[in-house]
Write a protein that binds this ligand. Structure first.
Ligand code: E4P
Length: 218
């Protein structure tokens, strides 16, 4: 399973990249706003800065919601850097835009996926990735992981190339379950990624090893 980090924070992206396990980055307008990035040129430069840190795909989201606007914005975003993947919402105009980008060889991430039907249409339009938001489904007492399983089944039935990018990952169990059900990618916060390493028996065991070593090597 590929590991993407879900942030626009350059320090956190660097930290995840330094771990050596990072495969890409996802951003959205809320995450850009959280970093205080505003104005077209600043936003474009920030995407380029992210691409300079990581080796993998970097999702950059369009703001327009009409077909022409999405196409104009998406083509510009894609021209910024070869690692950019254009993120498009799962709405009617978005599916049309994804088909347009697919025909032009521009890679896409269909975002705000909350149903298997949306994922099916996005795959038919040729999306590179679909982003089902599992945490936000869990927030509404609907099991988000079930959606990943449903999409996995549908994509495998028809051998769609579209990759399932589990988004809105909130904690370590989400990551483990994504891997269990065969998500192609997960995107989550740095805390959940490094949280996978946490185990008191590891910490205690290491402390004991070092103490025993120190005893005979004083
Ligand atoms: C992913 O592409 C989205 O930007 C993100 O995962 C949404 O996560 P949230 O529900 O924690 O805001």
């Amino acid at each position: 399973m590929k590991f993407f980090i879900d942030t626009a924070n350059l320090e956190q992206i660097k930290e995840a990249q330094d771990l050596g396990i990072l495969d890409g980055v996802t951003t959205n307008p809320s995450l850009m706003a959280k970093e205080g990035i505003s104005g077209d040129e600043n936003v474009f430069n920030h995407y380029k800065a992210i691409c300079e840190i990581v080796d993998g795909d970097v999702s950059a989201e369009v703001i327009a919601t009409d077909f022409e606007g999405m196409v104009k914005e998406g083509e510009h975003l894609a021209s910024l850097h070869p690692q950019i993947v254009v993120k498009v919402p799962a709405i009617k105009e978005g599916i049309k835009a994804i088909k347009h980008f697919t025909n032009k060889g521009i890679r896409t991430n269909c975002t705000l996926i909350f149903s298997a039907g949306q994922a099916l249409l996005a795959a038919k339009a040729g999306a590179t990735y679909v982003s089902p938001f599992i945490g936000r489904l869990d927030d509404t007492s609907t099991e988000g992981m079930r959606l990943i399983e449903d999409i996995r089944l549908i994509y495998d039935n028809y051998a769609f190339d579209t990759q399932i990018l589990a988004a809105s990952v909130r904690h370590t169990m989400h990551i483990i379950q994504c891997a269990e059900v065969g998500s192609d990618v997960m995107t989550g916060p740095l805390s959940a990624i490094v949280g996978l390493l946490k185990h008191p028996l590891t910490d205690n065991g290491l402390a004991q090893f070092l103490a025993d070593h120190a005893k005979v090597n004083a």
